[in-house]
Design a protein around this ligand. Structure first.
Ligand code: PLP
Ligand code: COI
Length: 344
């Protein structure tokens, strides 16, 4: 495989196989692996007109002893089921989701980057309304696919701290779709991210849209903070995506590092009291934040702009150590990819 693993960015690369299954007449077909990367749908397909689509993001890793593993795919399966229910889409059965993920990794095994390269194989399960609709209503036919793409760090520079800004845009409405992985959440964040980049910031730190006083998350990652007495704190809100990385990090902090953790509302005024901040997600892993700009006021965390804070580094090392097979995982976190006879 002629890939420069060390210098991969976070982008799409076509790999050999993808999984596809179609829902019609009230049921999913048996699904298949295909080499065809093209999707052909009607011009009035539900996804094209009313954005009826949701997705997931997960990774396969090569471990220190050269096994290939996935990290907690069961949680992606159940979160995708939640997204589907909220968007009036049929759930792709969770056990079949996990089997399909394993098959996609297995069939693209040569694209799983080598241990130590800093890259991984990103997996993108997604579903969309595929038959024509014109009145505003759910589609009745859907396609579920999973493709794979080798990726490097989401933020250029990897462990170099990034800068966020508090935008004058909202990400999610109370009782809206912020807690599920709907494509529409990302469509509405595109203008805000382009604007942030134009102004010299890496990402937006969204506030709750009801009061604009509480910290929520960024466009593609949850946020964690470290207090001056080493507590790991993360926002609690019904309008943020329940990040699997964040939920895992809270366990790592408590069980592996012996730190106290807290999931609670975090007021924007508290920013100045934290000593470290980082973004967490499948793509972001744990990306340190050096500064946050809030309408002319700049808060620089004591950890600074040169390197990750001490606790952030420990969390990162432990989480990635678990993913790469260097540290004993909690039960059920690691799914090994084995050639399987099970058809999905
Ligand atoms: N928040 C948003 C808006 C995201 O898009 C993602 C990415 O999946 C996350 C958080 C992180 O979630 P996870 O750790 O499950 O990848
Ligand atoms: C992920 O982390 O998997 C996501 O879906 C985030 C996206 C912005 C790349």
């Amino acid at each position: 495989m002629n890939i420069d693993w060390q210098n991969l960015g976070f982008g799409y690369m076509k790999t050999d196989y993808r999984f596809v299954s179609n829902f019609k007449d009230g049921k999913w077909d048996e699904g298949k692996m295909t080499t065809d990367d093209k999707v052909v749908i009607n011009e009035s397909a539900g996804v094209l007109q009313y954005a009826q689509t949701c997705f997931e993001g997960m990774k396969a890793y090569r471990t220190i002893d050269n096994r290939v593993v996935c990290f907690r795919p069961d949680l992606n399966a159940s979160r995708m089921a939640d997204s589907c229910r909220r968007l009036e889409m049929p759930v792709f059965p969770e056990n079949r989701f996990i089997e399909a993920v394993k098959q996609v990794v297995e069939k693209n095994i040569d694209y799983v980057p080598p241990y130590g390269s800093g890259a991984s194989l990103y997996l993108r399960p997604y579903m969309f309304g595929s038959n024509p609709v014109l009145g505003v209503k759910p589609a009745t036919e859907f396609e579920f696919r999973i493709f794979a793409s080798p990726v490097g760090p989401y933020f250029k520079g990897g462990a170099k701290p990034i800068i966020l800004r508090v935008p004058d845009f909202d990400r999610a409405a109370p009782l809206g779709t912020g807690h599920v992985k709907a494509g529409l959440n990302y469509a509405m964040s595109l203008h805000a991210i382009v604007d942030a980049h134009n102004q010299g910031y890496n990402e937006n730190m969204y506030l709750d849209s009801a009061t604009r006083t509480k910290i929520e998350e960024t466009g593609g990652a949850n946020i964690i903070f470290v207090t001056k007495d080493n507590k790991v704190v993360t926002p609690k809100s019904p309008t943020i995506l329940p990040s699997i990385t964040r939920r895992s990090l809270m366990v790592v902090a408590e069980k592996y590092l012996g730190l106290k953790t807290e999931e609670r509302e975090i007021h924007i005024e508290e920013l100045k009291d934290f000593k470290e901040c980082a973004l967490c997600g499948t793509a972001a892993v744990l990306s340190p934040v050096g500064k946050v700009a809030d309408h002319g006021k700049v808060i620089e965390f004591p950890s600074g702009m040169e390197k990750p804070g001490e606790i952030t580094q420990k969390l990162y090392d432990t989480l990635t150590g678990i993913q790469m097979g260097k540290i004993e995982p909690p039960e059920g976190w690691i799914y090994e990819i084995k050639p399987s006879a099970v058809s999905v």
